[in-house]
Design a protein around this ligand. Sequence first.
Ligand SMILES: [Zn+2]
Length: 260
Amino acid sequence: MSELEFHQVAFESARAGINYLAFIHSPKTGETACVDAGDAGTIKKALADKGWTLTHLWITHHHPDHVEGLEEVKAATGCTVIGPKEQSQPIAGLDVLVKEGDSFEIGGHKVKVLQTPGHTLDMVNYYIPSSKTVFTGDTLFSLGCGRIFEGTPEMMWDSLCKLAALPADTTVYSSHEYTEGSAKFALTVDPANTALQTRARRVFALRAEGKPTVPSMLSEELATNPFLRASDPAMRAHLGMSEASDAEVFAEIRKRKDNF
Ligand SMILES: [Zn+2]
């Protein structure tokens, strides 16, 4: 079984800032998938640059910055579009509907579907065990997590726990470059975390050079992302929430970030 290749490109959307698109390519079969379709032009250019032919779109959720280019890309490439079965708003153009526990293949590699509701109710993420790579959409970000638009904090916490339980050496591709702001916020809730301080410095340096901070390693997120660290005693003590449940600590951190 040959290795999969990964490629990431960025585009700017008016509402959501820098979005990332991740491509997965099998040199063996020629199959190429793109996670989400927020901008058709960016996808077409990336495919042309790589000399790849798109065979699949893997859609995470219905927000416009993730699906706006779907129908144009599908019309141009004839690709098969995979997306959430449990839609909170209809997504036009889906061919294959998936839910938790489902799997499919690319280049002979299994892709597992994880439902991670919270940001939206329809959110699905895609995990490739053979290459330890996960595409987290707007659920888990580098040093952050998505805003809770449709779900509850408890639901989002459960979804993040599902991702946190993947192998620590999993590579995390998320959909936005929000890491600099997230690092500044993280330092306010977890100021004594030396791994966070070190990572924040690296993030600020990368962003000063205009370089991406995505993807990241899950191990880094577990050590430094406050939204995965609700059980950490030092952070709980800092927040004055030593007796609270993990979900309550997570909800408090999410609320503070919303107002940051
Ligand atoms: Zn979204």
